[in-house]
Each structure stands twice: as C-alpha cells, then as structure tokens.
Design a protein around this ligand. Sequence first.
Ligand code: DGJ
Length: 721
Amino acid sequence: MGIIYNEQKRIFKLDTPNTSYILGVGDEFGHLVHIYYGKKIASTDNLSKMPSVDEKNKVWYFDGTKMEYPTGDIGDFREHCIEIRNENGQHALECGYVSHKIYKGKPKLEGLPATFSNEEDCTTLEVVMSDSIAGIEITLIYTAFEKLDVITRSVIVKNICDERVKLTKILSSCLDVENNEYEMLTLHGSWGRERNIQRKRIGYGRQGIYSERGVSGHQDHPFIALLEPGTNQTMGEVYAMNFVYSGNFEAQCELNQHDTVRLVMGINPYQFEWTLESGEVFTAPEVVMVYSSEGLGKMTRTYHDLYRNHLIRGKYRSIKRPVLINNWEATYFDFDTDKLLSIAKKASELGIEMLVMDDGWFGNRFDDNRALGDWVVNEDKLKGGLKYLVDEVNRLGMKFGIWFEPEMVCPDSDLYRAHPDWAIQIPGRNPGRSRNQLVLDISRKEVRDYIFDSLSKVLKSANVEYVKWDMNRALTDVWSHELEPDRQGELYHRYMLGVYELQDRLVTEFPDILLENCSSGGGRYDPGVLYYSPQVWCSDNADAISRLNIQEGTSLIYPLSTMGAHVTDCPNHAVGRTTPFDTRGAVALAGTFGYELDITKISDEDRSKIPGQVEMYHKYNDIVREGDFYRLASFSQNNRYDSYMVVSKDKKEALVTFVQVIAIASHAMPVLKLQGLDPGTNYYIEEKHEVMAGDVLMNMGFVPNNENGDFKAGLYHLVAR
Ligand code: DGJ
C-alpha cells in the first residue's frame, strides 16, 4: 500500500519507490499541515512530529507553518492557493479537516486531461476539508505511484451553502520546504526558440513564470523545479512540478522571512472568476510532482516513463510512427495536386511513408490572411478533390495526413461572414488580429459542433490517417457573446475545456488517426495535449543547431517519442544557417522523424542520403521511443558540443549522439562518460568496430570520433555482446 494513515497522530504518509510525502491534521482546528517531502522515510509508526501550530489561540501568524493548501486572509501572508467571494463579500477561507479516504487506483478529472493508472500501480488519498462559515468544501486529491517517484495533485471545490459563491483563484498544488539555497529552473523561449533552460538562484520574495495568453505558449512553460546548489544530471536534489493544462498558468516560488520556500502551481488567477451555484463543483487541473535525489537525469526519466505509460493514449502511444514528409517548408501555400503528388512519388521511392498536406488546401486560402474556418477542399488547387489525391498517395504505398487550425476564424471567411459573434472579441472594439485571424469561442457548444462536423466531414471523405492540429495565435479581447456579464471570467478556462472536449471527440471518433498538436511550432507543448496526441510539433525552427537547445529543454520533461522533429532544407528557413544533411538527420532522429522540404528540388547528394536515414530511423526508433534517456553534455552550457544517449530498458542496446557544433582539435575531443549501461556487459560499438565494457564506458568514458568541422554529428550504436 503506497499510502498509510497514522490515526493516533493524524498523519498521512505517501510512499513511492524512493520518496515519501507526509502531511498531517492539526489537533485543534484541523488545518492540513505539510510535514515532509523528499527521500523515502522507512518508519511508519514513529513519524516525526508535526511543526507546532497554535490553531486554538492564534496568538501568532501562520506564515511560519508549512501548509498543505494555504488559504487567504488567515495570517499566512505567502502566496495562497484559493480565494472566493461570497454574497456578503467575504473572501477569507479557513478550512479544517472533515474526512478522508484512501483507495487503490486514480480517479478521472471531469473534462480534463490527467495521468491515469490501474489499481496495481497507484494509491489515492482524498482529504476533505471545509469552511462552514464561507460554505466551501475542498477535496485535495493525491495519487502516489508504486513504480515511479511521482505524486500527482488536484483539487475539487464545492459550494456547500445555499447562495452562489465566486471562486476567484484556484491553484492545484503547493509545497513548502526549508530553503537550501535553491535555484529555480524554468523553461523560457519565443517563436523558434522554445523551452530553453534557465536556472537562477532564488531570492527573498515571489518569483515565477506565468501565462496570460490563454494558452501555455512559447514564452514560459508550465514547469518549475527547485534544485539544490550544484545539481547536475547525476547529482543533487530536485523538486519539480509540471502542469497538465494548456491554458493560463502560474508557477511560482517564494522565499519568506522564515527561510521556507513555497512552490505553487495552478491556473493563473488573471481574470479568472468562476460562479459556483449551490451544490456545484469546480475541478482544478492536475500537477505532476517529481522528487529526485539523483539530479535532473533521474527526474527526466521519471517524467518520460510516467507520460509514456500513464498519460499518452491511443494506438500510436507505443508503436513506431510513419516517417512523414510535410509540404509546408516545401511549398508554403503554393501547391496543387500535381505538386503534392510529385513530392509523394519521389518520397515513396526513397522510403518515406506518409505525405502530410499542410496549410492552404481549403476555401480561399492562398495566403495566411484569409479562409480559416472554411474547411471545404479547394478543388481549384486539389483538382479531382481530396479523395483522388489521397487514393493516388495510397497507390504509391504511402499514408496521407492533413493540417487543420480548428480553433480559428479569419475575418475574411465565409464562416465569419455568417457568424461574426462566434469569434472572441469585444463589441465595438477593434480586436487584435494576429496573423489576420480571430479565435473562435469554443466555450460555445454550437461552435464546437460546427468545428467537429466540418473536420469529420473532411476526414470521412478520404483515407486520412494523420491530423496536424495547429493553433497560431494567443487569446486577446477576451469576451464571449454567450456568457453573462458576471461570468466572463470563466471564458479562458471554458475555452480550454472546449479544446479538450473537441480533441477528445476527435480521437474517440477516429481512434486510428495519429494526432499531432502544434502551435506556431512548439507553443502548445504541454502534458495537457499529450493526453490526446502522442506527439507535438516541437518548433518551427528545424535548424539542427537551434534544435539542440530546443530539444534539450523539451526532453528534460517530455519523452523523445513526443518530439516532432523534421529534416528541412538549407539555408534554414528560420535562421538561415547551413548544416550538413547528416547532422540534420541525426538531430531529427531524436524525435518523431520526418522531412519537410521539396524533395524534388534538393541536391542529388542530399536526396541520396534519405534511404539511409530512413533505415536508421527503423533501426533505432524502438530504443529512442521506449528507452531511457541520458544527457551527457549540453551545447547550451559548454558552447561547443552536445551529446545524449538512449539505452534500451534491458540495457542490451544503446544509441549515443554527439554533435560537434564548433570544430574541435583532435587532441581536445571530449571524454563522454556514458550512463545507464550494464557495468558488467561488453558492448560492441558498431561505428568504431570495437568492444568496450559497460563499466569502462561509464567510468573511464568514451571518446567520439573527431568529425572535422563545424556542425558535424556522429551516431554510435552499442550492442551487448
Ligand atoms: C505553424 C506551424 O508551426 C507550421 O508548421 C505550419 O503548419 C504553419 N503554421 C501553417 O500555417
């Protein structure tokens, strides 16, 4: 059993293989107090005493107390997790323990993506607390995984009074720990530069990252970790939180006067206000907490295993994806049936398995100024219609995929002309029209039904086996025609619930379709969308060197099997750099792998390399997709080279990637200490025709070949002998 309750001391202990999380109930009032999170504590009876809380006399404030789910206005002046406003204007909440239950398995979160598991793999604790004066009941849900060092948290709030209550803030998770000179690790970025790692020492006060864009976004990522000083891939204590949500978020840490650090995560309270009628509930999205005492690498592998086995669903979650070729960078909007078929024909001859038709196939979509929302095939471009094109592609032995941007409408579209009120905008105001488009009000059922019906009509009209779901702007001018004035604060979250409902309908109705999420590159790469799609387009910047940092930050949390990665043409369209075709292939092999270039126009030399790369994909993808990931060196830190490896779960095979960004003199080649191998096994290194022992490779190290020149890459396949 992963969770025990010490009735005498009123203490709960949640165990994972290497960690314990302990909380307790205050003796007089029943505040829920945090006691410990960290390395596993074996004892179940002699659990450490709770820090004293003077619940009765309240002769001191609560900001020296570690709280499990802090509420506002009771004298805990740090960031709190929940705020309400009831009919008499009261916003303070003070919740005391009411009851709890412990059970095997994990509950679903109504309408939200969340990790899942069967009864053998986890145990759940639900603690009910209430404030009878405010008329609010809070249920904290904790799930401890049996085989992974993961604890998930979410919260359900219920209005238990007769009047309506406004919920004005609800975070999902809080962790109070004593400070240890912690650093805060977050992922920041922009278009074409997603998820770059940032570490900085925390100081007194509040610091954090936020999205107010209505989407998770390129700029900040719903992830935060505290690292003890000196933490690297193999050493150091890490407390991490990742939010299973794709909308506005807050991830914050606060160091206070008592030298405790409070780490919180949840929906950003910015413009959030939710009405709870009597008896109604609100469910807050899930936070996934991982603690590692063995550095960032262990944290990474824990998230990878969790997401591969307990978040991603569907047929493609654990099978090889078809090698695709996407026409976006090949043609942009300038294509027709003949052009697509010429790409497909060449691609099929070289072993590529799927053609993806990107933006520009519908309505009057000749550029990005018009037609989003008009999901009807443009038969001037696609002569003979979609079915003819798809049948021809299938005849070449390839699958076919298609692009949509379902959440959008262009002012210049038939859809907008018919339903201007379906767009999110403020009456009378000139709305922001980023990329000449508006966001559809997906909180409305009729809008969702229109989107779903138009998509499914297209998908049913031909043998479509892949969908790229794009989303190319943030939310501004946030106002819905349908919501009452005092419910407009619900729109951001209702929008996300609408997106999740739509994606759920899509994967339920079309279970064989491979869904890839995308948002101007990697602007919506979060655990929320992984519940619906096993892969996400990582960045519109596919330059092999830029990708090193982007893929480093992404793979810090997300499995390689989810990272959309393509070989594109040079000079690269995003940054203008020219890199060897082999390097572009080696870097894309760390992800889902595919091509995005005009295969009919690239040089014969580059084209001739494609069959070999496709062969490598088939040879290595099982370990890339399913293996354990180890980062060996980071270009973002050393400014010279990058290296990482994957090891099969049975340790019989490994693949090491080394990218020499700046040319290195032969005598100065780095020694890479490999990781994750079996120390007692000998490995044959195919590219070096050499056998080396696992302990030698891990302790003495491995020297990659000098690749002579900038931007060169080497792959090394190790096979147990
Ligand atoms: C943004 C995506 O990231 C690109 O891959 C491409 O699909 C364009 N949108 C199409 O408009």
